[in-house]
Design a protein around this ligand. Structure first.
Ligand code: SF4
Length: 462
């Protein structure tokens, strides 16, 4: 299918993308909004955008994703969507009865210049109900930017500092990760006996159990009371600076809650950093059960190292996830040759530097060099691979076309994964998540070794 991708790399002067390695901002905003308890995400734009965003999330999580839309037609596109949005706010609260309506914009409403903030201020919002909004133009950033913008909106609309002394509790901003990962991070924090507020928290929402009864608003999600209380916490941890640090920075500015920006805890090093930050912030000891898990992970890495040590790998996907995966494969003795994210960029408010800086610093510390790019596309990644072949490709579902064209073992991690299921329930973070990733890497490589072995080399024990 991608057989016509040329090996020769020519500079693209037009700046166009071929097979983008990202999707649009509102998808991230919609996902973040689902992490608020009893919240209905609302797409201010046309029905087509909203359908696409819901479908993409539904296919990844295999759960129905609820959202409403301002239903633009030609009239609203020309004269502005203020009337549509005001009618939507009335209808949504009357018919679907959420506690919160989280509005995000689309390319169309951003281009025509709808001032959502002013429209919301003059709309009739029923007593006790809340409307928040985030601007999410899709021609800027990616779905990760949209997630970040909606998380920031939670802080700007809701967080309050109401106490003279901060509470002994922590805010955990988990970033654009699966509900299974959020559960795992909460388990780590709980095991250290620390009070926390995770926001947004999609566990219990997009992975809710089958009960036989339809529940428009599942039990999970961060409550409005908790979101308000984030301003009273002693400290915030932003996991993954692309998805989380802007919200944490705003909370610091607004409510004076200091922030620690850490990597998404993928692999042993990043998980250690999270636990050490928790330990030093709250003077807690690391519980025995986590020490045991860490020891098991080290044992597994040692026992299986000959499966992956020295193997070359390409990684693509969202910047926070790719950064964590790169650190993990380096700790396994693998050689990352190509590292790419479709999300542009850029420095965050908290920490100077960029995705490319982060990856290059990690590579330099191990004496390695690789092709590294932010704001890249899968065409570029494919060309890199044609010029410098690899033993393993790691990324989201869209990588399967490159894997097929080049006959490379492929491991699915990240967002979106549209052709496999269950992944969103199982963590890749923490020590247990790292065990799972090591198993996935080993099995993918060993399956290929079995497939390619001659009869006389086909081994029972590997
Ligand atoms: S028009 Fe913009 S917001 Fe709508 S689906 Fe396309 S990129 Fe996304």
């Amino acid at each position: 299918m991608l057989d016509c991708t040329p090996k020769k790399i020519t500079e693209r002067t037009s700046g166009g993308m071929i097979n983008p390695a990202k999707t649009c901002q509102p998808i991230g905003a919609m996902y973040a909004a689902l992490g608020i308890h009893k919240c209905l995400p609302h797409s201010h734009g046309s029905q087509g955008c909203c359908s696409y965003h819901r479908m993409h999330l539904t296919r990844h999580f295999r759960d129905p994703i609820m959202a409403s839309t301002s239903c633009f037609t030609e009239g609203a596109s020309v004269f502005g969507g203020g009337a549509n949005l005001k009618a939507s706010i009335q209808n949504v609260f009357h018919i679907y009865k959420p506690d919160v309506m989280a509005i995000h914009t689309t390319c169309l409403t951003e281009t025509i210049g709808d001032d959502v903030s002013s429209i919301v201020k003059t709309a009739e919002v029923p007593e006790g109900k809340i409307v928040i909004h985030a601007n999410t133009p899709s021609y800027v950033g990616s779905h990760v930017t949209g997630f970040s913008n909606m998380t920031k909106a939670m802080v700007s609309y809701l967080s309050e500092s109401t106490l003279p002394v901060k509470k002994e509790q922590i805010n955990i901003i988990p970033g654009f990760i699966n509900p299974g990962d959020m559960q795992e991070i909460k388990r780590l924090v709980k095991s250290m006996d620390i009070e926390y507020i995770m926001f947004p928290d999609t566990s219990g929402v997009v992975d809710s159990p089958m009960t036989g009864e339809f529940q428009m608003y599942p039990d999970g999600g961060t409550t409005v009371a908790e979101l308000k209380d984030t301003g009273n916490s002693k400290v915030s941890i932003a996991l993954g600076r692309f998805a989380s640090s802007d919200a944490a920075d705003l909370l610091n500015k607004k409510c004076k809650v200091p922030v620690a920006v850490l990597k998404t805890p993928i692999g042993i090093k990043a998980t250690d950093a999270l636990l050490m930050t928790l330990r030093s912030s709250f003077v807690r000891e690391i519980p025995k059960e986590l020490e045991v898990e860490r020891g098991q992970l080290v044992d597994i890495m040692t026992d299986t190292h000959f499966h992956f040590h020295g193997k070359t790998v390409a990684i693509f996907g969202d910047p926070d996830i790719v950064t964590g995966l790169t650190e993990l494969v380096l700790s396994l003795g693998m050689i990352p040759l190509h590292v790419l994210t479709g999300t542009p960029g850029g420095s965050s408010n908290s920490v100077s530097g960029s995705f490319e800086d982060d990856i290059n610093i990690m590579l330099e510390s191990t004496g390695m060099k690789a092709n590294v790019k932010s704001g890249g596309d899968l065409f570029t990644l494919h060309q890199w691979i044609k010029n410098q072949p690899i033993d393993l490709l790691i990324g989201n579902t869209y990588g399967k076309y490159i894997a097929r064209a080049e006959d490379i073992p492929f491991m699915r991690v990240g967002f979106p994964i549209l052709d496999r299921s269950v992944h969103s329930y199982l963590p890749i973070v923490g020590y247990r998540g790292a065990m799972r990733l090591v198993e996935m890497i080993s099995n993918t490589l060993l399956d290929r070794a079995d497939r390619d072995a001659k009869d006389e080399d086909f081994e029972l024990v590997m």
